[in-house]
Design a protein around this ligand. Structure first.
Ligand SMILES: C[S@@+](CC[C@H](N)C(=O)[O-])C[C@H]1O[C@@H](n2cnc3c(N)ncnc32)[C@H](O)[C@@H]1O
Length: 246
């Protein structure tokens, strides 16, 4: 194999940083193309694979090259306890948009309307992956592939579709927007082809998103509590959708 550090520097600008063993493990499991993967401790990384990810152990064994600790540390913003880092090819936007538009849709699309917090966006992508949602779409300026979002998503961007779109480009399907003023979700069945929209941490749902909304839905909340955190709202809503399917 060519020098992994030269490969890293050549590819870093156009690839997605997978920071830590778990991000690499998830990305590999869900089919990411990983042109370079390094570790400061190959034996420890493979021991983790034996323990936590035997299904991808062989792939990780073939991918991981050991580099000196200082070289590893120079590649990442903050060294990860597992001392593993890799670069993955970002999936094509065209393929992502085709998946979002495909009907019939077997699981909802989650829309974050102008989210502001990178950690929340990552947590939502992890939730969407866990529940098998069709994808996560963000509106506004936040980049859902920002390294901090990828870190928060634990490499699970590769297990669902993640794209940024304008409100007037959102995928077709009945739009259920989550807002404390809506109808109690406990009386609402969320269909598999739903588009589930959540407002910004600061200002809630935008006027544009509200104008496109078919149903306004509320999560149960005791009086005097203003709102839930964005990612926990997505978690409750996806759980509600999934619970109706059993
Ligand atoms: C932190 S909240 C936004 C709070 C914001 N200050 C506001 O004015 O709406 C982020 C998003 O989570 C969802 N959310 C939070 N609590 C909710 C609840 N009780 N019912 C429905 N959605 C909720 C909504 O989509 C909301 O826009």
């Amino acid at each position: 194999m060519s020098d992994p550090l030269s490969a890293w520097h050549r590819l870093a600008g156009g690839c997605v940083l997978l920071d830590g063993f778990h991000a690499l493990k998830h990305a590999v499991r869900f089919g990411a193309e990983v042109p370079v993967a390094v570790t400061a401790d190959r034996a420890a990384a493979l021991a983790l694979a034996d323990e936590l990810a035997p299904d991808v152990r062989e792939t990780l064994d073939a991918l991981l090259t050991e580099v000196p600790e200082t070289a590893y540390a120079s590649l990442v913003p903050r060294p990860h306890p597992t001392a593993v880092a890799a670069l993955a090819v970002r999936p094509s936007r065209e393929a992502g948009l085709r998946t979002l538009e495909r009907r019939p849709r077997g699981a909802p699309v989650v829309v974050l309307d102008n989210p502001r917090n990178l950690g929340n966006a990552g947590a939502v992508i992890r939730l969407a992956a866990g529940f098998g949602a069709t994808g996560v779409v963000t509106t506004g300026t936040l980049d859902p592939w920002h390294p901090t979002v990828v870190r928060g998503g634990a490499g699970l961007h590769f297990a669902t579709v993640v794209e940024r779109l304008a409100v007037d480009e959102l995928p077709a399907g009945p739009l259920f927007a989550l807002d404390p003023e809506g109808d109690d979700i406990r009386g609402v069945k969320l269909p598999d082809d739903a588009v589930l929209a959540f407002g910004s941490e600061r200002s809630g749902l935008s006027a544009e998103l509200r104008a496109r909304t078919d149903h306004l839905v509320a999560l149960p909340m005791r009086p005097q509590v203003s709102s839930y955190n964005l990612a926990t709202s997505v978690a409750m809503t996806l759980y509600h959708w999934s619970a109706a399917g059993f």
